[in-house]
Each structure stands twice: as structure tokens, then as C-alpha cells.
Design a binder for this molecule. Structure first.
Ligand SMILES: Nc1nc2c(ncn2[C@@H]2O[C@H](COP(=O)(O)OP(=O)(O)O)[C@@H](O)[C@H]2O)c(=O)[nH]1
Ligand SMILES: [Mg+2]
Length: 356
């Protein structure tokens, strides 16, 4: 999965990107960023870490999310300031909004107001979408002379009756409930305001422990999920050794790094879950959509597993840790045999039996 980090200039996007992907891109107060950065974040997962301790494997492979750090969006640009081509490809958007005060860093609007900023950036996405939709409608209208295919008729109807009105009313498409067929029709357009969005509210260090997204009324904004972070603090945390990290987290009143919550929230936003495979060779997390059946989950590992699928041996990660080995789980009937239609749950350890 790939998420694009967007927002107004100087809100902490690159600081967050650096933390997530252990990169070191420029974040000086007065630097102007104009390039797009790409990095990979390991999905932090205490469950997988615990399994690693148990198996002491040669190889450890957590799930990953790719993040793209896009230069700041300028108001009124219709997202022209965006690396649009790159942004269209991402599965989800992480919108960083500024809630921190810092007299040395000018806010383009002159004041701190996360809800307003969410609206500003949404508007740029909406305008970029509207341009695409209007162009498509125009083309289909022209093609009417030669006669439209049934599929084109439906597409035109969808764009005219639902998509354009929402965009013209300045409503992001992610808040519109489309029928499954219409959603499929729209997918090819890669519309920006239709992408799932997570808002990362970047607050001052001092507010981190108490801050709730509700404080800004963000939950009422359209179809959003939000998490509170303090980008510089997160960066500091990520540079500490594990023991120091725990101490520091306690000091700032956090149970875990906020970026961990952010990555998990991105997962949930996209309806993704992880299942694990374990052994002394490798302990590994695999990413699938929620509701994926056992045989398809096997395909994430290798097509042979799906082809020659016999059974999935399934146990919850907690049970496996409590009991200490797959063999012991089997003895205590904690290891279940499931067929190809079994819907995999988040955090299950699976051993596939297959035959090709
Ligand atoms: N005081 C304060 N400064 C921050 C915070 N987050 C980012 N900054 C600073 O804001 C400046 C711009 O950050 P950067 O990550 O480059 O923002 P970008 O333009 O959105 O990529 C940098 O000097 C950061 O150190 C924060 O939560 N509090
Ligand atoms: Mg930047």
C-alpha cells in the first residue's frame, strides 16, 4: 500500500515523512521544498515483535507501507502545485495539518485553524478533480453524435448526476456513497478527493498527551479519520534506543509512538489487516484486505499455495505466545484447521498446507 503525505507548506510533512521512513530530507524552517520524496516504513507491530522473540528467526519481515512526501499545496492553485501524477497513484492520503504555534514559522493564512486548513486543501483536490470530470463530460457529449456505448451512457449519467454536483458543491467525493458499479467506473479517473484520507493534526509537544481530534471539531469535517501527532517529538522518539524510548514516552504521556497509531490508522482506513507466518527461518507479516479468504491469503505468499491449497492451520498470535509453539497449540487444540473459504482475521498466525 502507498500513502501520499499532503498539506499546506510548513506544516510538518517532511518531518513526519522522515520519521516514518527513517529518511533525512531537508526540514529547515526557511527551506522551500519542491521535490517529491519516496520512502518505505516498516509497520510497527508489537505482536510480530513478540513472535520474533519466541522464534528467534534468521529473517524478520514486518509489513511495509510506502509513503510519498509531496511538496506543499499552494492555495488557489487547483493543486497545480502538486505532483499530481504521483499523487493520483496513491491508495490513501495522509493530510498533515498544523496545530502547533511557532512565531518563526509563518502560516500562509496567518493563523492556526486545522478545520479551515482541511477545507482549503480539500478544495484544491476538488478543483483538480472537477477539471478532469468536466473534460470527460465534454468529450462524452461530443461523442454523442457518433453514438455512445451503453457503458459510456452510464458513465456520463454518473458524472453528471452525482460526481459533478458534489464537486461543484465543494464536497469531497470520499464523502459520497457510490454504488459498487459506479465506484468501479470512477476508479480509472484516480480522483484525489475520492481517496480515503487520514488527518494528522500536528500539535505542540506540550499538548500531545491531552490533545484529541475533537478539540478542533475535525470529526465533523467530511469523511475523515484523524490522529494527533507532534512531528518533532516523533522524530526524537524514533531515534532513541528501545529502553530510552519507553522512558521518553512515559514522560510525554504516551503509551506508544503516535506514528505507530498513524500507520495502524492508515491500515484501517484502507481496510487492511495483517496475518503472520512463523518459523525459525522467518517471522513475517503479510498484508491483505479485511475479509480475504484463506486461499487468497495464501496467494499473497505464493500462487502455488492458492493453487494447491489443502488447509490453513490457524492460531491467534496471543494463543501461540502463551503456549510457546505450534506443536503445543496443536496438542491443546488451539490450532484450527480451516478451509479455503475461511475469512482471515487480523493477527492470526497461519500455516498453509498445500500440494502442487
Ligand atoms: N514548533 C514546531 N515546529 C514544527 C512542528 N512540526 C514541524 N515543525 C517545524 O516546521 C518546519 C517545517 O517542517 P517540514 O517538516 O519541513 O514541513 P513541510 O513543509 O510540511 O514538509 C521545520 O522547521 C520543522 O522543524 C511542531 O509540531 N512544532
Ligand atoms: Mg516538505
Amino acid at each position: 500500500m502507498e500513502a501520499g503525505i499532503i498539506g499546506l507548506p510548513k506544516v510538518g510533512k517532511t518531518t513526519l515523512f522522515n520519521t516514518l521512513t527513517a529518511a533525512a530530507e531537508e526540514t529547515a524552517k526557511h527551506a522551500v521544498s519542491s521535490s517529491t520524496h519516496l520512502g518505505v516504513a516498516r509497520v510497527p507491530d508489537p505482536r510480530l515483535e513478540a513472535l520474533r522473540e519466541l522464534f528467534d528467526p534468521k529473517k524478520y519481515t514486518p509489513a511495509t507501507v510506502r509513503y510519498v512526501d509531496i511538496p506543499g499545496i499552494e492555495k488557489g492553485s487547483g493543486a497545480a502545485s502538486l505532483d499530481l501524477a504521483r499523487l493520483r497513484e496513491v491508495d490513501a492520503l495522509v493530510h498533515v495539518v498544523r496545530a502547533f504555534e511557532d512565531p518563526e514559522i509563518l502560516h500562509p493564512e496567518g493563523s492556526i485553524d486545522p478545520v479551515r486548513d482541511v477545507g482549503l486543501v480539500d478544495l484544491e483536490l476538488i478543483l483538480a478533480d472537477l477539471e478532469i470530470v468536466e473534460r470527460r463530460v465534454e468529450r462524452l457529449e461530443k461523442a454523442k453524435k457518433r453514438g455512445l456505448k451503453p457503458e459510456e451512457v452510464q458513465e456520463l449519467e454518473l458524472l453528471r448526476s452525482q460526481v459533478a454536483p458534489a464537486l461543484e458543491g465543494e464536497r469531497p467525493l470520499r464523502g459520497v456513497a457510490f454504488e459498487a458499479d459506479d465506484e468501479r467506473r470512477l476508479r480509472g479517473f484516480q480522483l484525489l478527493s475520492a481517496k480515503p484520507m487520514l488527518v494528522a493534526v500536528n500539535v505542540n509537544e506540550a499538548e500531545l498527551a491531552e490533545a484529541e481530534p475533537e478539540n478542533w471539531g475535525l470529526e465533523e469535517a467530511i469523511a475523515l479519520r484523524s490522529v494527533v501527532i507532534s512531528a518533532p517529538i516523533e522524530q526524537e522518539i524514533s531515534r532513541l534506543e528501545a529502553a530510552e524510548q519507553a522512558e521518553f514516552l512515559a514522560e510525554v504521556g504516551l503509551e506508544e509512538p503516535s506514528v505507530d497509531r498513524l500507520v495502524r490508522a492508515s491500515y484501517e482506513l484502507l481496510g487492511l489487516i495483517s496475518f503472520f507466518t512463523v518459523g525459525t527461518d522467518e517471522v513475517r507479516a503479510w498484508t491483505v484486505r479485511r475479509g480475504t479468504k484463506a486461499r487468497e491469503a495464501g496467494r499473497a505468499i505464493h500462487s502455488d499455495i492458492a493453487r494447491g491449497f489443502i488447509r490453513a492451520e490457524v492460531v491467534g498470535w496471543r494463543d501461540l505466545l502463551d503456549v510457546g509453539s505450534l506443536a503445543a497449540c496443536r496438542e491443546r487444540a488451539l490450532l484450527r484447521l480451516e478451509g479455503k473459504e475461511y475469512p482471515v482475521s487480523d493477527g492470526e498466525v497461519i500455516h498453509f498446507r498445500f500440494n502442487v
